[in-house]
Design a protein around this ligand. Structure first.
Ligand code: SF4
Ligand code: SF4
Ligand code: SF4
Length: 312
């Protein structure tokens, strides 16, 4: 089984089991039924402008109150880091919701920098795969989650076609999933651009309504066809996303998965449902038990802290 098809199979398998639990409540998100968020916001990332300063990483760290990084944000040696025998570059983690990587591409003497974070998909498979409904797609386009509801089952990590959710391995008790939340509470819900967008000194990112960003993106390509690839990544991939990219270099040379389908990942799940019925029986039962246990523990924690507050 090839790398891509194996991953799609796994994504389908885990999301499939969970989909049984969430299907009625999230019917509107099923492929083909999704009416979308016509006035949803988004970000257009023009990678031809990025200079790799990592200011966006620093801004995200501050805005989201994330722990201090192991290497400071002005340490550019991070661009040399590779993993899995040199096949992968840095990915977002529980302590860094966005990272910037450097790529040398064929036919160009200048590197290209790519900022990675959650794409805030139009039809998010993290959401449709989560049987405890920890995720929400807001009208503004942000895909957010409630970590008090998350049971740390990691289904969304497997379901995400962009490999974004990270696991909080540092939390020994009650680990949860972590990812970019589009600065929803502090900024985007108030009409303000995300912190990473705001700080960028090279105006790499444009914040606005998704439909306007698409117009801007295609106008840039039309004006400068020799500068840009004739594609807006995120316009159609897995149903489209709020975050989209313009590139001078071929997207596949920058670590983008150009084999992803245009249909949302949830539609792959449908085929899987018929294949492995046992998963459907076991998976929800297993994680319902986990959820009840985790909720019970959390409730105890809350009671304890309330009791402490009440004590004088
Ligand atoms: S990129 Fe992944 S984590 Fe982000 S909204 Fe899409 S499916 Fe969810
Ligand atoms: S949108 Fe907010 S949470 Fe997401 S990468 Fe940017 S600063 Fe971080
Ligand atoms: S702040 Fe802007 S120029 Fe600097 S790395 Fe981030 S996207 Fe690139």
């Amino acid at each position: 089984m090839s790398k891509v098809s194996r991953r799609k199979f796994l994504a389908g398998s885990l999301a499939g089991g969970a989909a049984v639990m969430v299907a009625p409540a999230q019917k509107a998100l099923a492929a083909g039924n999704f009416s979308g968020f016509p006035d949803g916001m988004g970000v257009l990332v023009d990678m031809t402008r990025c200079v790799g300063c990592r200011s966006c990483e620093a801004a995200c760290n501050k805005e989201q109150n994330l722990p201090a990084p192991e290497q400071s944000f002005d340490d550019y040696s991070v661009f040399d880091q590779t993993f899995h025998h040199g096949t992968q570059k840095r990915r977002p983690t529980e302590g860094a919701y966005t990272v910037v990587n450097r790529y040398e591409t064929e036919g160009s003497d200048k590197p290209t920098y790519r900022k990675i974070q959650c794409m805030h998909c139009n039809e998010p498979s993290c959401l449709t795969s989560c049987f405890v409904k920890a995720y929400t797609k807001t009208n503004e386009g942000a895909v957010i989650y409630d970590e008090h509801v998350c049971v740390g089952c990691r289904t969304c990590m497997v379901a995400c076609p962009h490999h974004i959710p990270a696991y909080s391995y540092s939390r020994v008790i009650d680990p949860v999933v972590k990812k970019c939340i589009f600065c929803y509470e502090t900024r985007v819900s108030k009409g303000k651009p995300p912190a990473c967008v705001d700080i960028c000194p090279a105006q790499v990112m444009t914040f606005g309504k998704r439909k306007d960003l698409l117009r801007i993106a295609h106008a840039r390509i039309k004006r400068n066809p020799e500068k840009y690839q004739d594609e807006v990544f995120g316009e159609h991939t897995v149903g489209g996303s709020a975050w989209m990219y313009l590139s001078g270099a071929p997207f596949e040379e920058l670590g983008f998965d150009t084999d992803l389908p245009t249909e949302p990942v949830i539609s792959n799940v449908k085929g899987f449902l018929g294949m492995v019925p046992m998963v459907l029986a076991i998976w929800p039962a297993l994680f319902t038990g986990m959820h009840l246990l985790a909720t019970k523990n959390k409730d105890h924690g809350h009671e304890d802290s309330h009791a402490e507050e009440g004590e004088e």
